[in-house]
Design a protein around this ligand. Sequence first.
Ligand code: DQA
Length: 141
Amino acid sequence: MKKILVLNGPNLNLLGKREINIYGEKSLTEIEDYTNTKLKSKQVELDWYQSNHEGELVQKIQEFHNGSHDALIINPAGYSHTSVAIYDAMKICTKPIIEVHLSNIFAREEFRQTLLTARAASKIMSGLGKDAYYLAAISEL
Ligand code: DQA
């Protein structure tokens, strides 16, 4: 059984209430349930964590590096475009990192098209909506 840590960054706790036309109607908890249910018959288990704080995300990435999870799925949200600290933490990791974005960032504002953190990811996914986490997880099997 593979174990994957899922980290979600700022404002993703407001999914389902926030810009529904872009991010969809499901809350983060509903996406977690949806994803976990779809993965039931697969040899993979997800541990979910969300934080609005950059330092907490850095801490979790360091724990991932030193811990027993096989891979990391991360949606750094707004920090994707700005955070050298999250990028540096991701660079330290030697295990697979899949960066996901629910929306198609390339169809949006220009500032979203610079992805700092994605340079340290093994794979990136964008525009797959609520299926992003499921597809990222099975890509590791
Ligand atoms: C996002 C895209 C980011 O640009 C934005 O700041 C988010 C969510 C996405 O999942 O599409 O908060 O990472």
